[in-house]
Design a protein around this ligand. Structure first.
Ligand SMILES: NC(=O)C1=CN([C@@H]2O[C@H](COP(=O)(O)OP(=O)(O)OC[C@H]3O[C@@H](n4cnc5c(N)ncnc54)[C@H](O)[C@@H]3O)[C@@H](O)[C@H]2O)C=CC1
Ligand SMILES: NCC(=O)COP(=O)(O)O
Length: 358
């Protein structure tokens, strides 16, 4: 394999979920041009592989890499190996949570030691991490903590198979209760997310003069205060100030959240029905489900979650552990493949910028 290919670490995720399956399926693609170190536990991959051999439709077997062909950094797990009863796919435990936590930590260490350009993460279950005593809202927060950054963001990127248009959605807040959202959205916090988005669009997507759409919080963006106060109390002033702070950026907002996704939806499906002029390079959603319901509606099978603000690349499939289908052979690897492809593209872009600067 040519040594100038990007180096990536790929963490296994929760072994009771579909992480090992989508990894074995995604890595069976010979076109993935990267040196990928899988950070995981061999026996877990073997268990998934063995189960898929019997579960798969024999007339249409999906290509599957054999665990022996993985470039594997082994993560020990006495708890999983000696579990009684043995690990069952679809049933997470404290031991599977601990192993997925350890895999991510080792993958992060590779990135912090500059042995890889980035980390692609298999899906973990936050509840299994919690069973193992690790209380994080998600992998993002552990990545940020280990990297020593307090300024970070969760963005979803998806490229349409219909039109090749790319949807980019940054979430201003993530894994918090809905009732905390209005308090958690502040001018300082929003400014930080917007600045991070602008930097990322430049660094990773080559967009130096982007158009960014920003959603309102309330129905109809508050309808001039009748349906919510945040927009008139401070968000409109904040947006005007951002226009002055970032004159190279076209900011549109505060867009009523229900209509913000009409133009992206039409662009995604390659339809032109008069909304083309309102398309943006990126969308800032104010809370998790405001951004992720449209993303997953359009692109659940191929969206990629990427963490902004880290000193290395991090991408992940948009889906979770899918315990309900683990071991059945029906998990779609497309989002995992897209996560690997985006990490590869970002690694090339950052290397080129680095060379240009050096
Ligand atoms: N990147 C990560 O680590 C993520 C982890 N999660 C975690 O995953 C766990 C389960 O979360 P859910 O909300 O149930 O979401 P989920 O994405 O695991 O599953 C939602 C539905 O989509 C299906 N599904 C998911 N991925 C699929 C695939 N590749 N192919 C075919 N069908 C697929 C599942 O069978 C299920 O019916 C939770 O603990 C959650 O915190 C959720 C999202 C991302
Ligand atoms: N909804 C996105 C999600 O759950 C992934 O979070 P993270 O584990 O990447 O922080």
């Amino acid at each position: 394999m040519p040594s100038d290919l990007p180096r990536l670490a790929l963490s296994m995720g929760d072994p009771a979920g579909i992480g090992p399956e989508v990894i074995l399926k995604a890595l069976a693609d010979p076109d993935l041009a990267a040196q990928i170190t899988v950070v995981g536990h061999r026996r877990c991959f073997e268990q998934t592989y063995g189960q898929l051999q019997t579960a798969q439709n024999p007339s249409r077997p999906a290509p599957l890499l054999h665990p022996d062909d993985l470039n594997l950094l082994e993560v020990e797990s006495f708890a999983v190996e000696s579990a009684a009863p043995p690990m069952v796919l679809g049933q997470p435990t404290a031991a599977t949570g601990q192993l997925s936590f350890d895999c991510l930590n080792q993958a992060i260490s590779l990135a912090l030691d500059h042995q890889v350009a980035g980390v692609v993460t298999g899906p973990i279950a936050k509840a299994a991490w919690s069973l193992a005593g690790h209380r994080y809202p998600g992998q993002t927060e552990l990545l940020a903590e280990r990297a020593g950054v307090t300024r970070f963001g969760m963005m979803f990127v998806a490229t349409s198979p219909h039109s090749h248009w790319q949807l980019r959605t940054l979430l201003a807040t993530t894994h918090i209760p809905l009732q905390s959202v209005p308090q958690q959205i502040t001018p300082e916090g929003l400014t930080q997310k917007l600045a991070l988005l602008i930097e990322t669009l430049h660094q990773d997507f080559g967009l130096s003069r982007p158009k960014i759409a920003i959603a309102g919080l309330n129905p109809h963006s508050g309808e001039q205060g009748q349906l919510g106060q945040e927009e008139v109390q401070w968000m409109e002033d904040w947006l005007r100030a951002m226009g002055q702070q970032f004159p190279q950026v076209t900011l549109t907002g505060l867009i009523p959240p229900d209509t913000m996704w009409v133009a992206p939806g039409q662009a995604w499906y390659g339809q032109s029905r008069g909304f083309e002029g309102t398309l943006h390079d990126a969308y800032l959603a104010l809370y998790h489900d405001q951004g992720l319901i449209p993303v997953k509606l359009m692109a659940f099978d191929r969206a990629v979650n990427t963490t902004l603000g880290l000193p290395f690349i991090r991408t992940s499939p948009d889906h979770g552990t899918a315990f309900d289908i683990a071991g059945k052979g029906i998990a779609n690897p497309q989002s995992m493949k897209a996560a690997l492809e985006l990490a590869i593209a970002q690694a090339h872009r950052r290397a080129a910028v680095h060379l240009g600067a050096g």
